[in-house]
Write a protein that binds this ligand. Structure first.
Ligand SMILES: [Zn+2]
Length: 438
């Protein structure tokens, strides 16, 4: 019964902290400040987390620690968390909440949830009341326009959780749209709700934009925020045009709220709450997997956590004045990189460029690698003439990438997909690291 006043008190505390947030003159000053924050954070964690205590004994500097991925995070869950939570118990609770679509229950007062996970492995996340308050303040401050009038926020998600419900306040009226439901009834509800702010995965935003263009949906949101899926540039342009608004992005996952769009339309990492190390994929030093250390998350520490997302950096300074790392775009996931024999690879951007460069670009497409020597190419609503052109163009594209031994099949329809699955236009449907033959 004391939860709500306590929650509001934490919100006030973090809102104040945000007002007094440190300003950094240079990247050097920022990185030094981060080191101090991390050292202090580890000291506090070592008193409650067996994992951190042990790691510090092996290396006092976190840079000497091995990186951790989702699998290891789950493996060490019990030793890592600072609330003596048991993994199996937490998973059982999160699954029960998902099945009943009742997201209220908590474990020892903590919010527990499962990330949607694309590769079969699902991540477990745990946050405290205090961390929820902090998250709310951060989301409000970075993404939502604070207006005197109460804002209505429509949130399309695959799973609700206490974390998201938290944003309900005197400033915001927050409505959750469960993507598992029938799309027509969701649209009817959305039309009735008339949101000021629309938050949804890119594929849903695209769908809503198409309906609006066809005068089948009459809503006029004042802000649009894309979450959870890769936002491709042509889609961003289409959505933006349909609603006459820029599309904001929130790069948010189990591991935290990592980046958001600034006033000038650039996506910046939140380097005031996380440290980002770059694990480059090639020598060009523009594309990397982020290794994240969160120096605020206490219940479930995120330490040198290797993310599966491919980030392309924009090295130019942003006109908004922020010195935080600027993201050109999120290219996709490690699982989306096509892998062939002899270590040959095709990155999602390369494949996308092929599609965009076609004379008659298809309405929609899927590229699915089904073996180390085969790709299925699906295009929607394409004329016979355009199909023939794609057939020739894709062959020469593969040859140009020294993949003449790779074949493909072209289909003039899109593969069916469950509505509650993330849309991945480019997908590797085989395991990593090919051997000499299939
Ligand atoms: Zn900026």
């Amino acid at each position: 019964m004391f939860e709500r006043p306590l929650f509001l008190a934490w919100i006030l505390w973090y809102a104040l902290k945000r007002l007094l947030k440190p300003r950094f003159k240079s990247r050097d000053a920022l990185l030094k400040w981060q080191q101090k924050k991390i050292a202090r954070h580890l000291k506090r964690l070592s008193k409650k987390s067996a994992f951190v205590k042990q790691s510090i004994q092996q290396s006092t500097s976190i840079t000497g620690w091995p990186t951790m991925d989702k699998r290891q995070m789950m493996q060490y869950f019990n030793q890592l968390n600072t609330a003596q939570l048991d993994r199996e118990e937490a998973i059982a609770l999160a699954l029960a909440a998902e099945q009943s679509r009742n997201f209220a229950p908590t474990l020892k007062g903590l919010t527990v949830g499962l990330s949607s996970g694309t590769s079969g492995e699902r991540g477990l996340f745990v946050v405290s009341l205090r961390e929820r308050a902090q998250w709310v303040v951060y989301v409000l401050a970075t993404l939502l326009p604070l207006k005197p009038k109460r804002q209505k926020v429509a949130f399309f998600l695959r799973a609700n959780s206490n974390l998201y419900e938290s944003v309900k306040s005197s400033f915001f009226n927050f409505k959750f749209f469960d993507i598992k439901n029938n799309i027509q009834s969701l649209i009817t509800d959305l039309q009735f709700f008339q949101p000021d702010v629309l938050v949804a995965p890119a594929s849903i935003l695209l769908h809503l934009a198409q309906r609006r263009e066809a005068s089948m949906l009459q809503i006029s949101p004042k802000r649009i925020i894309s979450v959870a899926e890769v936002l491709e540039k042509p889609d961003e342009d289409y959505i933006s045009k349909a609603f006459s608004l820029p599309v904001y992005q929130a790069y948010q996952c189990t591991e935290g709220f990592l980046a958001s769009t600034c006033s000038e339309g650039s996506l910046h990492f939140h380097e005031d709450i996380i440290q980002v190390e770059k694990q480059y994929t090639d020598s060009s030093n523009t594309r990397f997997y982020p290794v994240v250390t969160d120096f605020e998350r206490f219940t479930q520490p995120i330490l040198r956590y290797l993310l599966n997302d491919l980030i392309v950096i924009n090295p130019e300074p942003c006109s908004c004045g922020s010195i935080f790392l600027r993201i050109s775009h999120i290219e996709g996931r490690a699982d989306d990189v096509f892998e062939f024999e002899n270590q040959k690879k095709l990155f999602p951007d390369t494949l996308r460029q092929f599609v965009y460069a076609l004379n008659e670009a298809p309405q929609d497409y899927r590229l699915i690698q089904t073996s180390h020597r085969h790709i299925d190419v699906f295009v929607a609503d394409t004329s016979e003439k355009a199909l023939a052109a794609i057939q020739i163009a894709f062959r020469s594209f593969l040859n140009a990438h020294a993949l003449s031994n790779v074949d493909f099949k072209l289909y003039n329809y899109l593969p069916t997909q469950d509505q509650d699955q993330k849309v991945r236009r480019i997908k590797r449907a085989i395991v990593s690291n090919p051997k000499a033959s299939d």
